[in-house]
Design a protein around this ligand. Structure first.
Ligand SMILES: [Fe+2]
Length: 266
């Protein structure tokens, strides 16, 4: 538990540094996408701090909300060096976090440890950390990517993540929330199918643009569902054991995937 808290504080510190050099440099698309913050983030953080006693630095979110974007900012060598150093520390920190998540997962799976989190949730956040690590390492290597392969890999990854979110939501709703449980279940099935589509496109059995278009439509729908759900939880209108910040987090990930999909369909 103490180790988890240390990781949280180290990542908060890293994020502070990122925010402190991002003003006027960050892509406007990213700031406006709703993946960094949503209209619910601060309230979700306040409620979650209150429920858990964890000190969530919502002033960090405030700072993110004040960032100005600029697409054409000329990159200085100094900034490039700062980014390089932050990335090196992000790699180191993320590698130990993945190790930590792997240990917890294997302890839970071998019944040496009990967790209120589903084992799939621990596996899910471990895969997210692994994707992040892969992308930061890739940036550091300065290699050129094969866009088409990368797009399908991202679509497979995020469709699977959206399917899992749906199933977590389904399982954390109060049993009386039948309509919402059904909706979440349908999203789970739909995104399972989309993940299969992305796999099929990798073998060239269906066109690549088809998966992007289908994923875009489904992700808009699940984004709306998650936004309503997060609002409902914050307003105490949805019965569940979903922590408010988890609701907002899944919404931000849907917004992230939407931004990727829009850029892939250009
Ligand atoms: Fe996530």
């Amino acid at each position: 538990m103490q180790l988890a808290d240390t990781f949280r504080m180290q990542f908060d510190r890293l994020l502070w540094e990122v925010v402190s050099i991002s003003d006027g440099v960050v892509s406007p698309d990213v700031i406006q996408s709703g993946e960094v913050f949503t209209q619910y983030t601060i309230n979700a953080e306040l409620a979650t701090s209150y429920y858990t006693g964890v000190n969530i630095p919502y002033d960090l979110t405030r700072a993110e909300m004040n960032l100005m974007g600029d697409r054409n900012y000329p990159l200085s060598q100094e900034l490039e060096q700062q980014v390089y150093e932050i990335n090196e520390r992000a790699i180191e920190l993320t590698e130990s976090l993945i190790q930590f998540k792997s240990t917890i997962l294997s302890n839970v799976l071998s019944c040496k440890m009990y967790s209120v989190n589903y084992p799939l949730l621990i596996d899910h956040i471990k895969r997210e950390a692994m994707l992040y690590l892969k992308m930061v390492k890739f940036l550091q290597s300065r290699e050129i990517i094969n866009i088409e392969n990368e797009v399908l890999e991202q679509e497979l990854f995020w469709n699977r993540i959206m399917a899992e979110h749906s199933k977590f939501i389904r399982g954390l709703l109060d049993p009386t929330e039948e309509i919402l449980i059904n909706t979440a279940n349908n999203f789970g099935n739909e995104f399972d199918q989309l993940a299969e589509e992305a796999k099929a496109a990798m073998d060239n059995s269906i066109p690549f643009s088809q998966v992007t278009a289908d994923s875009l439509e489904a992700t808009k729908a699940i984004r709306d569902f998650k936004a309503q759900g997060t609002q409902g939880i914050l307003e105490c209108k949805v019965k569940s054991i979903i922590i408010p910040l988890l609701g907002d987090h899944t919404l931000r990930e849907a917004n992230h995937f939407l931004r990727l999909l829009k850029s892939f369909s250009r």
